[in-house]
Design a protein around this ligand. Structure first.
Ligand SMILES: CC(C)(COP(=O)(O)OP(=O)(O)OC[C@H]1O[C@@H](n2cnc3c(N)ncnc32)[C@H](O)[C@@H]1OP(=O)(O)O)[C@@H](O)C(=O)NCCC(=O)NCCS
Length: 163
């Protein structure tokens, strides 16, 4: 059974989180984990860390990751940047990525009361976010030499404002 949980970087599972992110997201674009940290010093510590875990005879195994970084936009609204979303290739297509995103949306729009979540999506991952109801900007930009588009979702409106 896969469980989604929110960990601190002091958690023993953090090492596995880093290893999975490195092998799926960073090494393929020629980055080490330290290169990633250097792109935004301090952000890793300030982000919330989400992992998908399964029980394994050798101990708990991390099979998916995502991070959430909270900041303010130019209008002073609190927003969250979703980053480092990945799932172990052996477990892709099982709904684990979707569950990670739903966990972050629930926390972001629930307890944290954020106005918006956004991410910089690689073009080949865009359909994954679209399936979750995220919108996309037209502009294509390069990040780490790879084409990306900004994707975002706004906080759901309270029911009495929908009428
Ligand atoms: C993108 C990724 C996180 C998706 O995780 P996953 O667990 O395989 O996705 P899920 O099984 O939860 O899929 C949810 C839905 O998105 C769709 N989907 C997932 N990845 C997709 C892709 N690359 N292209 C098209 N559709 C995709 C699934 O078919 C599913 O659709 P459904 O609503 O019809 O069931 C995973 O494939 C991955 O780690 N890819 C490599 C790293 C990466 O690209 N990360 C994103 C960087 S921006």
């Amino acid at each position: 059974m896969v469980k989604i949980t929110h960990i601190s970087i002091d958690d023993p599972l953090y090492e596995q989180e880093k290893t999975l992110r490195t092998s799926i997201l960073l090494e393929p674009i020629g980055f080490t984990f330290d290169d990633y940290l250097d792109m935004a010093p301090g952000r890793e510590e300030k982000s919330e860390h989400y992992v998908a875990i399964v029980d394994h005879p050798t101990g708990t195994k991390v099979v998916g990751t995502a991070t959430l970084y909270i900041s303010e936009n130019e209008d002073g609204q609190r927003i969250g940047k979703v980053q480092q979303v990945c799932v172990d290739p052996q477990r892709q297509g099982e709904g684990i990525g979707r569950r990670l995103m739903i966990a972050m949306e629930a926390r972001g729009f629930g307890e944290l009361a954020l106005e918006q979540l956004y991410c910089h999506a690689q073009l080949n991952a865009m359909p994954f976010y679209e399936r979750l109801g995220w919108s996309v900007d037209d502009e294509v930009f390069l990040e780490a030499g790879i084409e990306h588009k900004k994707m975002y979702i706004a906080a759901p409106k309270p029911i009495d404002q929908e009428r």
